[in-house]
Design a protein around this ligand. Structure first.
Ligand code: ZN
Length: 178
């Protein structure tokens, strides 16, 4: 078991070194707890309660924020990971951005309410790449943002990708998104 873990870790490290390939994460509670800590240490401003696979905000088990709660569906995030490695961290940071909007009563019309927190997610990708060593995080997040765009609430794929990049270009300073 231990040897297998070491081999897996070595393989992961090797793949992280290859510039173009980043491995999809296994969405475990441990992985999500780690991401929670990373975002909290980076963002501050709010300290939401985070629930996994629990219908606290919606019966739809994707990703939601309501008040100072964040709800994350592990199956949903794993599907994202499989196509866009590490982008689940961007989704988490996006929801965190909503808790900042709610706490400070920052409301915009659609789709800017959503695009603002794509910017927050994008700002986290800068921090993740440069301070946490998550190579390829920005590219993965931008790819996801583009792919899942298209509804009136969240904006077009192009808008979502653009605001994600704007966030990255803040150099990790989420305040610039507001
Ligand atoms: Zn949102």
């Amino acid at each position: 078991m231990k040897i297998k873990t070491l081999i897996t870790t070595a393989a992961l490290a090797a793949s992280m070194l290859a510039a173009s390939s980043v491995s999809a994460a296994q969405i475990t509670y441990q992985f999500l707890n780690q991401t929670h800590n990373e975002i909290r240490n980076w963002a501050g401003y709010t300290n939401p309660r985070v629930y996994y696979d629990r219908a606290v905000c919606s019966s739809d088990m994707t990703a939601y924020a309501c008040g100072q709660n964040i709800q994350l569906g592990t199956r949903f995030l794993q599907q994202i990971e499989n196509s866009y490695p590490l982008a689940s961290k961007f989704v988490f940071a996006h929801e965190w951005g909503h808790t900042i909007q709610f706490k400070y009563n920052i409301y915009s019309r659609a789709p800017y309410q959503e695009l603002q927190v794509d910017c927050v997610g994008g700002a986290f990708t800068y921090y993740g790449q440069n301070n946490l060593g998550y190579r390829g995080l920005f590219q993965s997040a931008q790819g996801l943002a583009y792919a899942i765009g298209g509804d009136p609430t969240h904006g077009t794929g192009s808008q979502r990708a653009y605001y994600t990049r704007q966030g990255y270009n803040t150099g990790g300073n989420l305040v610039s998104c507001f």
